[in-house]
Design a protein around this ligand. Structure first.
Ligand code: GLA
Length: 390
């Protein structure tokens, strides 16, 4: 039975079959290049995935929300009163739903009533593929439709980011919510995170596929370490602003950075800024390589991105480094890097079609030998963003 049929059946069983019941989906994302640039005023290049979170919902006549998540059946039915929402995060899936309702209300939108909802996910959580942004954008697209809110999908991305920053205490940038809200089938999104100008870039991969490898290492420390990276980048920016007129690290070319870098007092902060500047430059170059069909150049930039994230931004970990370094050794792997916030999660690789089986066999075997862990593989399918399905 397709996922939405199963979800609908579960909804009707739990909450009854009467009334206007609607179905929504919001995807996760994979970032091809442009990591830790989105809160530094740089560019990112993610695509939405065909995996994500599904939800079936119906409005209620009171101010209560009831959720049941088929992915977490042990949590049972979660109930909340939307008249009394306050920022609180227990790291649980419904905190991302609550946060978005709260964010809409903070921004002055009327949420006139509650709703009943059943959700299910077909993507891994805590794996750097933005399961949380997918839950946020599911909440946003659903509220927009159920309550006829006058918001665009890019507003929905900003609401999701606002809620994650202020309700869930994670100072993320805009990339994940933007990719989930704005994804387009067969395209990646070249987004300037400073202006939110964006272009869809067709992936047009004829001879290769995007392969995601899940290390199975959950990025539980990511919240605090992520916020720390953000503080370090901001401190570097302040030092640079004393010597040059810039708004963000994304304003600097690599040459300009070299000229001013000595203004950054702390050597760790200097490495963080070096990554942010060089990664932004790599992202711009990678998009133009892709547009010109220069896949080898694109892949090389991805691999350089990994080295920078490992050595200068220090957001990789030994398990991820094994996956990436083994991938680099395989003929037919064009590029491979860590993707997402880091400290575990997934890698993204561009692999020639004929090498994919070998890639999975070899990486799976060596990873198991070296770490005792099972790697999971997914072929990424660039897909449309958050939407109502039925
Ligand atoms: C997480 C954040 C994003 C972005 C990435 C790193 O996924 O939510 O905003 O900063 O890490 O590129």
């Amino acid at each position: 039975m397709p996922m939405t049929d199963e979800l609908m059946a579960c909804f009707k069983e739990r909450f009854g079959s009467e009334g206007d019941i609607r179905v929504y989906f919001a995807p996760g994302r994979v970032n091809l290049i442009g990591e830790h640039t989105d809160y530094n005023g740089g560019h990112v290049f993610p695509c939405a995935l065909s995996m994500g979170n599904y939800g079936v919902a119906r409005k209620r006549n009171d101010k209560t929300v009831r959720w049941y998540n088929m992915t977490y059946p042990d949590d049972g039915v979660i109930t909340a009163d939307i008249t009394n929402l306050a920022p609180e995060d227990n790291g649980l899936w419904y905190d991302y739903q609550l946060g978005v309702l709260w964010a809409f209300m903070q921004k002055g939108y009327e949420i006139p009533c509650g709703y009943d909802m059943v959700m299910v996910s077909d993507m891994p959580a805590g794996a750097g593929l933005s399961a949380s942004a997918s839950i946020e954008e599911l909440a946003a697209v659903m509220a927009r439709d159920l309550f006829s809110l006058d918001v665009t999908m890019s507003d929905c991305a900003l609401i999701g980011q606002y809620s994650e920053n202020n309700f869930n205490g994670m100072n993320c940038g805009i990339m994940d919510q933007f990719a989930s809200a704005m994804g387009k089938k067969d395209n990646a999104i070249f987004l300037d995170t400073e202006t939110l100008d964006y272009e869809y870039v067709p992936l047009n991969l004829k001879h290769e596929k995007i392969v995601i490898t899940n290390s199975g290492v959950k990025h539980t420390l990511a919240g605090s370490a992520y916020n720390e990276r953000r503080r370090q980048s901001e401190a570097a920016l302040r030092d640079l602003q004393a010597v040059t007129d810039i708004k963000t690290l994304g304003d600097l070319s690599e040459n300009e950075f070299e000229n001013f870098a000595d203004a950054i007092k702390d050597p760790v902060n200097k490495k963080r800024a070096k990554h942010a500047v060089s990664e932004n430059a790599r992202t711009i170059k990678a998009v133009s390589a892709l547009r010109n069909g220069e896949m080898a150049a694109f892949g090389k930039l991805m691999s350089e991105s990994h080295v920078s994230l490992r050595d200068d931004y220090e957001v990789s970990c030994s398990e991820i480094d094994i996956l990436v370094e083994e991938a680099w050794k395989i003929d037919g792997v064009i590029g491979s890097r860590i993707t997402g916030g880091g400290f575990g999660g997934c890698t993204v690789s561009i692999v020639k079609n004929e090498a994919i089986d070998d890639f999975k066999d070899r990486i799976g075997r060596i990873y198991k030998e070296k770490t005792g862990l099972e790697a999971q593989f997914y072929i990424a399918d660039a897909a449309d963003g958050a939407r109502r399905l039925l």
